[in-house]
Design a protein around this ligand. Structure first.
Ligand SMILES: Cc1ncc(COP(=O)(O)O)c(C=O)c1O
Length: 419
């Protein structure tokens, strides 16, 4: 932040930051309702305008008119590879090391099973205590199926746990940015430590892809997975992606042998022969409608410098924290995210015992974040469509709801199915 840290910040300061922001023009690429401040791109990204038109063409022309011919004529068949190549640039991978398919959970299962096979004889999988539940559930079940042991640790204890596992460590499996706190792991250091012991490193990039300057190959990561619907803006339930480092591509055993992962799917042979490249990660027919929406959404990133986008996400988070300190100190909020922007992803999490009702009250007033039990209010700062004045306005609404006690109603306290 360029403003004087000793003076209270004003809305005019935030507006000046917007005026100086080279990424501000990307906001026009998104279709966001008037009066809404959208701070939930870490959960479901906003709708890129161009996706609506693309979907009309896909549905009416490619499906409606082209029918099955569109698998060839409209290029549907290679869409998993094309979308993968677009994501590869954002996560520091080569175009042919990433493919779009299935969900993050399913892709995690595939790479974990494959990685454990590559390290047969070793028994330990290490992950983070407090990792996203699907990561823990999948790896616990995979450990059960393979006779391995899943060990989870608080972030600060992971290096010592890796060292202690010695040459029994098969896989280190971490999410780069914690979904609740936004805390970031040191991907390069932890990958190097695990690999020095002969283990493999799998990274979940659900809260990194499209917002951090991820460098998978620079860190020598072995495998990675991530969501298409968060910062990549692919739409609700968009397919996920999976990365396999080139050195493993021709050897990785993929446990769900389906016809789209075959070297020659339209040969219709009885025996399975895995595709020699990244297409071996495919299983069955791709959900074209959501895949093509994601592919179109990814074109918004064309020409974007991820280091600049990362810096903006950090600056938005810094501004939010500073304004929470300035405006909300009387209201009992805690900070669940690191204060240091380098140790934090593009979200800031606050704690409050009445967090659920408070979040409902601000959503009702047009500022959308989300809530994670037991007491976390999450605010995501997607730099492509969130501005500095938005952050100011969001904190002003939070303050108004707290000053007036407007959050304290039975309606706001009533917990809905999706939080
Ligand atoms: C870290 C992490 N991994 C995985 C997922 C979800 O994966 P899936 O696409 O299988 O629902 C999420 C969803 O929020 C997540 O935060």
């Amino acid at each position: 932040m360029s403003t004087n840290p000793t003076l209270p910040l004003t809305r005019a300061d935030a507006q000046a930051m917007d005026a100086a922001d080279p990424l501000a023009r990307y906001r026009a690429e998104f279709s966001l309702p008037d009066g809404i401040i959208y701070l939930d791109g870490n959960s479901l990204g906003a709708l890129p305008r161009r996706v609506s038109g693309r979907m009309r063409t896909v549905v009416d022309a490619e499906w409606g008119q082209g029918l099955i011919r569109s698998w060839n004529d409209a290029g549907w068949y290679k869409a998993p590879q094309r979308a993968g190549a677009a994501i590869a640039r954002l996560v520091g991978a080569d175009a042919d090391e990433v493919i779009v398919c299935d969900s993050t959970s399913v892709n995690l299962y595939k790479v974990l099973m494959g990685a454990l096979r590559m390290r047969a004889g070793r028994r330990i999988v290490i992950s983070e205590r407090g990792n996203f539940p699907t990561d823990v559930y999948v790896s616990a079940r995979v450990a059960e199926q393979t006779g391995c042991e899943l060990r989870t640790f608080d972030p600060a204890d992971i290096p010592a746990a890796i060292a202690e596992a010695g040459d029994d460590l098969a896989v280190l499996h971490l999410t780069q940015v914690n979904y609740k706190t936004g805390a970031v792991h040191d991907m390069a250091a932890l990958t190097a430590q695990a690999q020095a012991q002969g283990a493999l490193a799998i990274w979940d990039l659900a809260h990194s892809a499209g917002t951090l300057a991820v460098d998978l190959n620079g860190c020598r990561a072995d495998f990675a997975v991530g969501c298409g619907y968060k910062y990549l803006n692919g739409g609700p339930g968009a397919p996920a992606f999976v990365f396999v480092a080139r050195r493993h591509l021709d050897t990785l055993w993929q446990p769900i042998a389906g016809w789209h992962g075959h070297a020659s799917p339209f040969g219709f042979t009885e025996d399975f022969a895995a595709d020699p490249g990244i297409a071996r990660m495919l299983v069955g027919t791709a959900p074209q409608l959501s895949l093509l929406a994601l592919e179109e959404a990814l074109t918004v990133f064309d020409g974007i410098d991820m280091a600049a986008l990362r810096r903006k996400g950090q600056a938005l988070g810094d501004l939010f924290i500073r304004l929470v300190d300035q405006e909300l100190s009387a209201h009992g909020f805690g900070l669940a995210s690191p204060r240091d922007a380098d140790a934090r992803g593009s979200q800031v999490s606050l704690t409050h015992p009445q967090g659920y009702a408070i979040m409902q009250a601000i959503i009702d007033r047009g500022t959308i974040g989300d809530f994670r039990a037991p007491d976390i209010l999450r605010f995501g700062f997607a730099g492509l469509y969130v501005g500095y004045a938005d952050v100011w306005d969001a904190v002003a609404i939070l303050r108004e709801v707290m000053d007036t006690g407007a959050w304290d109603t039975a309606d706001y306290r009533a917990v809905k199915a999706v939080t």
